[in-house]
Design a protein around this ligand. Structure first.
Ligand code: HEM
Length: 184
């Protein structure tokens, strides 16, 4: 096998237990949010293509003036779904940068992010599926629940990044390079 085709663990620190009492490795959350993020992006881009098709085929149940609420709700479902999918990918990327994040809080942030990412766009979609004149259907009531979950997750993540110790500057300066050389 050629040397460059060797398969190595992407980041050995991602596979280490990160805090006392931790039962799940940070790699677990990375993989979970990568899978969730890419799958959600696929679903909500498909919804974008469906909306495009509704325009293309001039579907009146979507484009009529009396269906303005449905159009708004479904556009919001598509827009929030795609953007939240990207936030899940950002969450996956951030996990290894916050190794001291207490596992209980990290787990809560992860669950809230996924819950919010499901409830928010689903609520918009259901709100547009059945409309009552200018009002969205009752499904829209799960939107604020999703918003609260998202807010919790973003608060926990922001807090974890703010209290995370700054990485030490690993760039070798002339001085420490010499010291290192001398000590070997
Ligand atoms: C990461 C990718 C995407 C993001 C973040 C995104 C975001 C958005 C946002 C914010 C809007 C609302 C614009 C407004 O009303 O002012 C929108 C509308 C729309 N998007 Fe996307 N979009 C994405 C990909 C796509 C794709 C791939 C398609 C389909 C080919 C698509 C089709 C549509 C359509 C048809 C609307 C207008 C719906 C309407 O007003 O009836 N989008 N998108």
């Amino acid at each position: 096998m050629k040397p460059h085709s060797k398969v190595t663990a992407p980041d050995s620190t991602a596979l280490q237990p990160v805090s006392e009492g931790s039962t799940r490795h940070s790699g677990f959350y990375q993989v979970r949010h990568l899978r969730f993020g890419w799958s959600a992006l696929l679903i909500f881009l498909l919804l974008g293509i469906v909306l495009e098709a509704l325009h293309g085929f001039k579907i009146q149940a979507y484009l009529n003036v009396s269906s303005t609420t449905r159009r708004l709700m479904w556009t919001l479902a598509h827009a929030h779904g795609t953007l939240l999918a990207l936030i899940n990918l950002a969450f996956a990327a951030a996990i290894p940068l916050v190794p001291a994040w207490p596992s209980r809080l990290r787990d809560l942030a992860s669950m809230c992010l996924m819950g919010g990412s499901v409830l928010l766009p689903t609520g918009f979609f259901l709100g547009g599926a059945i409309i009552h004149g200018g009002d969205p259907g009752l499904g829209v009531l799960i939107v604020p629940v999703g918003a609260l979950l998202l807010l919790t997750s973003v608060f926990l993540t922001a807090q974890a990044t703010l209290v995370a110790p700054k990485p030490t500057d690993a760039t070798p300066t002339k001085k420490n390079a010499v010291t290192k050389h001398a000590s070997t």
